[in-house]
Design a protein around this ligand. Structure first.
Ligand SMILES: [Zn+2]
Length: 340
C-alpha cells in the first residue's frame, strides 16, 4: 500500500517537530547570515569581482528591461519583461561559488541538521511520497537522481521497484550511500556520469534547478539522457508560497545560490521551452505554523494578493486552502519529455 498523504512530512502539522529542530535550524540560519555577510560591503552590495550580471536565462531579454521584484543580500530579483521569468540579476562566479562551499560553515550546519532524527524522519517520509508518485504516474524503470545526497530517495524508489543510481558531489554523502549499497557516482553532473548508463526512464532533480545559473542548456542535456517516454521529477522552492511572500527578503529561500525563483507558471514555462509537458504539479509543505505567527492583516493582504480571495481570520487558513492555490512552500512536479 503506497501512502500518498503529503501531510506526513509537513513539519507544521506534526507536534514536537519544530522544537526538535530548533537548535539545528538556529545554527544554520546564523551560519547563513555570516556566509552572506562575508560577500557584501557596508552598503549591502556584493564586493567587487565576486559576481557577474546577466540577462533573462529563459528568453535572453535584457535585464535593463526587467521589473525589480525585490532586493536581498546584494541580489536584485527581477521579473523578465519578455517572458515573466524571475531571476537574480547577479550570479556568483563559479570560482567564488566553489570557495563559498568549501569555506562556509552553513554547509556544515546543513549536514548537522540532516543528522537529527526528526529531520531524517521528515526526509524519509518525503522521499517515500516522491517515490510513490513516481510509481503511481510512471510505473517502474531505470532512474537517475542528480544530487542524490545521502541516498534517501534512491532507497525509497528502489523499494517500489525502481532501478536507481545517483550522482553527487559531496564525498561524505557518496560514501554513506555506498555503504547502504546504492550506486552513486562522485562528481559533477553530467561530466561524471558514464555514457553507457543512459538512457533513463526518469531523472530526478530535487532542489537543483534553482541553483543552476543557465537552466536551459542543463535541461537539454537531461532531456538527451531520457528514454522515450522519459520523465523529469522536479522539486524547487515556490516563490509564490504564502510564507515566502510574507517574509520577502528575510525568507531563507531567498539566498545566494538560488539564482532562479519559480512559480507554478514560470516552472511550467521553462520546462515547456526545454521540451517537457506537465503530468503532475502541486505544492507541498505548508509552513502553516510559521505563517500564523504573523499579524492577521499582513497574512490576509498577501493571501488576497496571491489567491484573489479574502481570508476570514488566521485560524481559517488550512492545508487544503494553501495547496489548492499553489501557496505551499515547495513546488513538486512530474514532467514528460515531449516527442519530437
Ligand atoms: Zn525572459
Amino acid at each position: 500500500m503506497i501512502d500518498l498523504d503529503k501531510n506526513r512530512f509537513d513539519a507544521a502539522l506534526i507536534p514536537g517537530t519544530r522544537s526538535a529542530l530548533a537548535s539545528a535550524v538556529g545554527l544554520l540560519r546564523q551560519a547563513e547570515k555570516e556566509t552572506f555577510a562575508a560577500l557584501l560591503d557596508s552598503a549591502g552590495d556584493f564586493l567587487p569581482g565576486l559576481t557577474y550580471q546577466r540577462d533573462c536565462p529563459q528568453c535572453g531579454a535584457l535585464h535593463q528591461n526587467a521589473g525589480l521584484v525585490m532586493t536581498a543580500h546584494g541580489m536584485h530579483l527581477l521579473a523578465c519583461g519578455g517572458c515573466g521569468f524571475i531571476y537574480s540579476c547577479e550570479v556568483i562566479t563559479p570560482e567564488q561559488e566553489r570557495l563559498r562551499y568549501e569555506n562556509s560553515s552553513s554547509a556544515q550546519c546543513h549536514l548537522l541538521q540532516k543528522q537529527t532524527d526528526t529531520y531524517a524522519f521528515l526526509e524519509r517520509e518525503k522521499a517515500r511520497y516522491v517515490a510513490g508518485r513516481m510509481h503511481q504516474l510512471i510505473g517502474q524503470g531505470k532512474g537517475l537522481e542528480i544530487g542524490s545526497s545521502n541516498g534517501v530517495l534512491l532507497e525509497a524508489a528502489q523499494e517500489l521497484g525502481w532501478q536507481m543510481m545517483g550522482v553527487e558531489i559531496n564525498a561524505d554523502a557518496v560514501a554513506l550511500s555506498q555503504t547502504k549499497g546504492f550506486t552513486v557516482i562522485q562528481g559533477e553532473y553530467p561530466e561524471a556520469l558514464p555514457a553507457d548508463e543512459m538512457p533513463f526512464d526518469a531523472i530526478v532533480v530535487l532542489d537543483v534547478l534553482e541553483h543552476i545559473a543557465d537552466p536551459l542548456p542543463f535541461l537539454s542535456i537531461v532531456s538527451s539522457q531520457l528514454a522515450d517516454p522519459g520523465y523529469l521529477i522536479v522539486q524547487v522552492p515556490n516563490f509564490n508560497s504564502l510564507l515566502l511572500r510574507i517574509e520577502g527578503a528575510k525568507n531563507s529561500n531567498v539566498c545566494h545560490g538560488h539564482w532562479s525563483y519559480f512559480t507554478p507558471d514560470t516552472l511550467s514555462a521553462l520546462l515547456l521551452k526545454a521540451g517537457f509537458e506537465v503530468c503532475f504539479l502541486e505544492t507541498y509543505i505548508t509552513e502553516l505554523d510559521r505563517i500564523q505567527t504573523y499579524p492577521e492583516d499582513t497574512v490576509a493582504a498577501v493571501y488576497q494578493q496571491l489567491s484573489g480571495k479574502p481570508l476570514q481570520g488566521l485560524q481559517a487558513l488550512n492545508t487544503d486552502m494553501l495547496h489548492d492555490d499553489y501557496l505551499g512552500y515547495k513546488l513538486f512536479g512530474i514532467f514528460r519529455k515531449i516527442k519530437k
